[in-house]
Design a protein around this ligand. Structure first.
Ligand code: NIG
Ligand code: FE
Length: 388
């Protein structure tokens, strides 16, 4: 038996449906009809098909937005790097080397310990309005530990990413290419069944473009979609590689050349910006305005990880992107919903068009603008996630 729920009394409904007004498809004094976990109808409350509803709920004038889509996180890890953060805030620079300390702590952690911590992060995401999220491996860096991380991640999301090429582990420091042989061989064999995506940290101090191409090509041959970490710490050829391989997303994009921007604009690859990283490493923010003006698709994601960005809050990322990255509030909200969906090549989330998953957040505010206007304030009154 199907079940229809009408949420009415919505002060402002952000649908991202082009049939409604403006860049966000906003409806004032709105209602939302969902049937069996899918959006059936959106529009003015006065025109709502009340007779079709088994249940009627009242949003009491609150704003409702699509659930956030966080397309980049690293949530399965052990240990604590608050001392590294504290030292950085006292003037030490960020380097990719800190990843190795989390690797040691993750290898030492039990499945149950990692699982319990992950459950805490999932609750955090939900409480902050995120309804779809990706999780990467990358803190195991052995065949068994990478597969274990992906198995745990798969317990909470279908958007799992194999990031065996996160950094060269200490035991391969003298022969990084031998580590790439492991990543593209037995590690990929063990991990591909638990992953939808393959990713690589293409950056000085991590993997070269040639090594990155080997990893991504091997993953793609196993049916995994491609995503890339690039241009976080300096300009490089990672963005060009991502576009060449039709990556769904290239993430960070803090240091881009004009040629990178042109390549992205002519591609289907989303530029995923991660403001939590620049906030937490005191680096310059990526220039979202430049990308959007050039016609590049932009997403915002948390990159929640213990080293460079330990926030799980997309409202925080939106506030920073608006304040410091040249994005309008509408562009930032779109990037954290529809942008994230595009970065995961998903059409069923990130918006509230007919047929979309009924994933939404009710704000403790009359308008989505408050997400940037009231930084740091917990504005998510309720998150609704359709059961699969
Ligand atoms: O996305 N850039 C590489 N990986 C993470 C940082 C991981 C860490 O420092 O532990 C990132 O920023
Ligand atoms: Fe990352």
């Amino acid at each position: 038996m199907s079940r229809a729920t009408l949420l009415t009394g919505i002060g402002e409904l952000v649908t991202l449906d082009p049939q409604h007004d403006g860049p966000l498809g906003v409806v004032a004094d709105a209602a939302l009809l969902t049937v069996d976990g899918r959006v059936e109808w959106t529009g003015p409350a006065s025109a709502a098909p009340r007779e079709d509803a088994d249940e009627v709920l009242d949003a009491r004038g609150a704003a409702v937005i699509p659930g956030f889509v966080d397309s980049h996180t690293h949530l399965v890890f052990g240990g604590d790097r608050s001392a590294e953060f504290e030292a950085r805030m006292a003037g030490r620079p960020y380097s990719a080397g800190g990843i190795r300390s989390t690797v040691a702590a993750t290898r030492a952690a039990s499945d149950d310990g990692l699982r319990a911590r992950l459950a805490g992060f999932v609750a955090e995401l939900h409480a902050q309005g995120t309804t779809t999220f990706e999780i990467k491996s990358g803190y195991g860096l052995t065949v068994d530990d990478e597969a274990r991380i992906l198995r745990l991640a798969r317990e909470v999301t279908e958007e799992t990413t194999f990031l065996g090429a996160h950094v060269v582990p200490a035991e391969f420091a003298d022969d990084p290419d031998a580590y790439v042989d492991v990543v593209t061989g037995p590690m990929l064999d063990a991990c591909a069944p638990h992953a939808r995506w393959v990713d690589v940290f293409c950056e000085r101090g991590a993997f070269s473009v040639e090594q990155s191409r080997r990893v991504l090509t091997a993953g793609a041959e196993r049916g995994l979609g491609v995503r890339v970490h690039a241009s976080q710490l300096a300009p490089g050829d990672g963005v060009a590689l991502a576009v060449e391989l039709d990556a769904a997303s290239v993430d960070h994009c803090t240091y881009l050349t004009d040629a990178d921007v042109e390549r992205l604009a002519a591609s289907e690859t989303v530029a995923t910006l991660l403001p939590g990283v620049e906030f937490s490493t005191r680096q310059p923010y990526p220039d979202a305005r430049r990308l959007i003006d050039a016609g590049v698709s932009v997403a915002l994601a948390s990159d929640c990880n213990p080293g460079s960005s330990f926030t799980s809050s997309l409202p925080f990322c939106i506030a920073v992107a608006v304040r410091d990255m040249g994005m309008t509030v509408a562009e930032a909200l779109r990037a954290a919903t529809l942008g994230g969906a595009l970065a995961l090549r998903r059409s069923d989330v990130g918006h509230l068009r007919r047929g979309a998953r009924a994933d939404y957040a009710v704000l403790d505010a009359p308008s989505h603008v408050h997400l940037a206007y009231r930084p740091g304030v917990p504005l998510i009154a309720r998150t609704h996630r359709a059961t699969p």
